[in-house]
Structures are given as C-alpha cells and as structure tokens.
Design a protein around this ligand. Structure first.
Ligand SMILES: [Zn+2]
Length: 306
C-alpha cells in the first residue's frame, strides 16, 4: 500500500474510495436495517461529503455510509482526508505538519491522532503484549523522567515530575517493552507492574534504586541482578545487552521531542502508541496495512443500524 495509491483514492471518484474502504471492512457493506432485518441499499446523496448513503427499501429509513465505523467519529471530514490522516499518523508525521499538508485545522488533526492512539490502546487490551520473558530471557526495569509540556509559565520548571516506568526485553531486535506513567516509584507501585508484565523464570536487571532491593524474594524471577550506570554492559551468561535498552528509551524520548513535548495527560496514550509500534506494527512496509486491519476489530458494523 503506497502513498501515491492513497492520494489517487482521495482525489478520485467517491465511489472508488468507498468500495476500497468497504473491501477492507473499514465501512459496512451492506448495512442491515435493524427494524426490517434486510440489507439496505446504497443510494446517491447530493450535497453531502460522502456522496452516497444507505436507504432501507422497507421502512425508507436513511443512514450514513459511516454508520458503526471509525469514520463516524469525524462526520464532517471527507473519507479521503481521514484516510490520509491515518497514513501520516502511521508514518509518525507531526500533527503540525499533517495539518499543513492537508490544509486542516491543527486542533482537528490533534483530535484525529488522539483517536488513532486510542485505537492502539484498545488493541493492546484486546491483544495484550504482556506478559513477556520467561526462562532463558532477560529484562531490564528502569524509571525515566519525562518532562512534560508546561501548559503555562513557559520556562518554569514543571510542578511535578512525570515518571515513566518501563520493562524492556532484549528477546527481540530492536528491543521491545512495556511502559507506564507512574505517580510513585515505590514497591507498592512497581512490584505489581513487574508481576503483571513478566513470566516466571525471567532474569531481571535493575539499577540500585531502593524499591528494587530484595526483589528476588518478592517476585518470581530466575535472578535479580543490579547494573549501575552501564551504557555498554553485556552479561556473558545471558547475552543481555544494555545498549539495546538505552536505544529503546532514546527512541521514546526522541518521539516526545519531535512532538515538542507531551502533556502529562497525553503521555500514556503516546506510550501506548509506541508499544503498539514496537509489538504490532511489523515491518515498516506493512505498518499501514497492519494498522488498518486493527480498526475493523473495534467497530462492529455487522450490528444492524438502529
Ligand atoms: Zn428498514
């Protein structure tokens, strides 16, 4: 699926685009009338952004082409524009750039991108990436400070530091992880997250932060090893490599920088998006395809239109 293909769809006939979306289960085809329990028919609809709508030959009811689909979330934006927004989101283009390219309001693009991040978050719930690890694998737990975007008083230090707790596994190259915004970095907060994320038998690496002390007695791990300030540490026993871990964190921070900071309230959505990219996006040539395949899992338009 190439960019020029999407641009051609956006510029081409409305019907072509509709059929393309229907073939990928991104729009219902056909829509069923709940009252009459029959398939509705697609009819031309003049002076409307979609150019078509559904009509029931029984009760004469009319329904949008977007009924029960993701596209229903932004009814005034054309299907083609929304498809291009999805493309730019998948490519990690910034909201500002996307708004400029498509000549859309930046607030609207921001809402669309947030909505697409929610698609990632829900996919992580439906197809969880945790637990990972297990015998023969090693993970590293870290806490990292993410200075979020200050809403007011630019230049003043944020009133409260925002910490992200992460567990990264080197089972894969590049490394993958689980990341969560945490209010505190104490045992009561971190232990349950670790227990939830890793399988028994994993070798656990941490720094010498107080909350990690005595962890092997509390959590079912093969071993707990402490590594401090080691940028290029390699464990000869497990092949565990801190460089992979460092670059995983650096990528997260880089994405935050590209977005010119992320507000604390938006940070978990950003982390979910990045987790989705690490675990579910696949090869870069297939990200768009893989992302578009997730959307129909969450919008069940086989439900009849009420
Ligand atoms: Zn009907």
């Amino acid at each position: 699926m190439e960019f020029y293909e999407l641009v051609a769809l956006e510029r081409g006939s409305k019907l072509n685009l509709i059929v393309w979306l229907q073939n990928r289960s991104l729009l219902a085809n056909p829509l069923r009338c709940a009252q009459c329990n029959i398939h509705m028919e697609m009819k031309k609809r003049n002076n409307h952004v979609d150019g078509f709508h559904w009509r029931c030959s029984g009760c004469k009811k009319k329904r949008s082409l977007r009924t029960n689909s993701w596209f229903e979330e932004f009814p005034r934006v054309s299907l083609g524009m929304l498809l291009l927004c999805i493309y730019y989101f998948v490519c990690e283009d910034t909201q500002r750039k996307t708004a400029q390219r498509l000549n859309l309001n930046q607030g609207l693009v921001s809402r669309i991108f947030r909505n697409l991040q929610d698609v990632c978050s829900r996919d992580l719930v439906e197809r969880p990436v945790i637990p990972f690890g297990g015998p023969g694998t090693a993970v590293k737990c870290d806490e990292s400070k993410f200075n979020h975007k200050a809403k007011y008083n630019r230049g003043r230090r944020a009133a409260r530091d925002t910490w992200v707790f992460g567990i990264i596994t080197t089972e894969f190259t590049p490394a993958r992880g689980y990341f969560q915004v945490v209010d505190r970095r104490n045992i009561a907060t971190l232990d349950p997250i670790i227990t939830r994320c890793i399988r028994p038998g994993t070798v656990l690496y941490t720094d010498d932060w107080a909350a990690y002390r005595g962890m092997a007695a509390r959590i079912n791990v093969a071993d707990h090893r402490i590594v401090v300030h080691a940028r290029n540490f390699v464990d000869p026993l497990t092949g565990f490599h801190t460089q992979e871990i460092e670059s995983c964190w650096n990528n997260l921070k880089l994405g935050q920088k590209m977005r010119r900071g992320i507000k604390r309230d938006d940070l978990q959505s950003y982390l979910d998006e990045q987790m989705w990219r690490q675990w579910r996006a696949g090869d870069h040539r297939h990200i768009l395809q893989n992302f578009l395949a997730v959307i129909p899992q969450q919008y069940v338009f086989t439900n009849p239109a009420l």
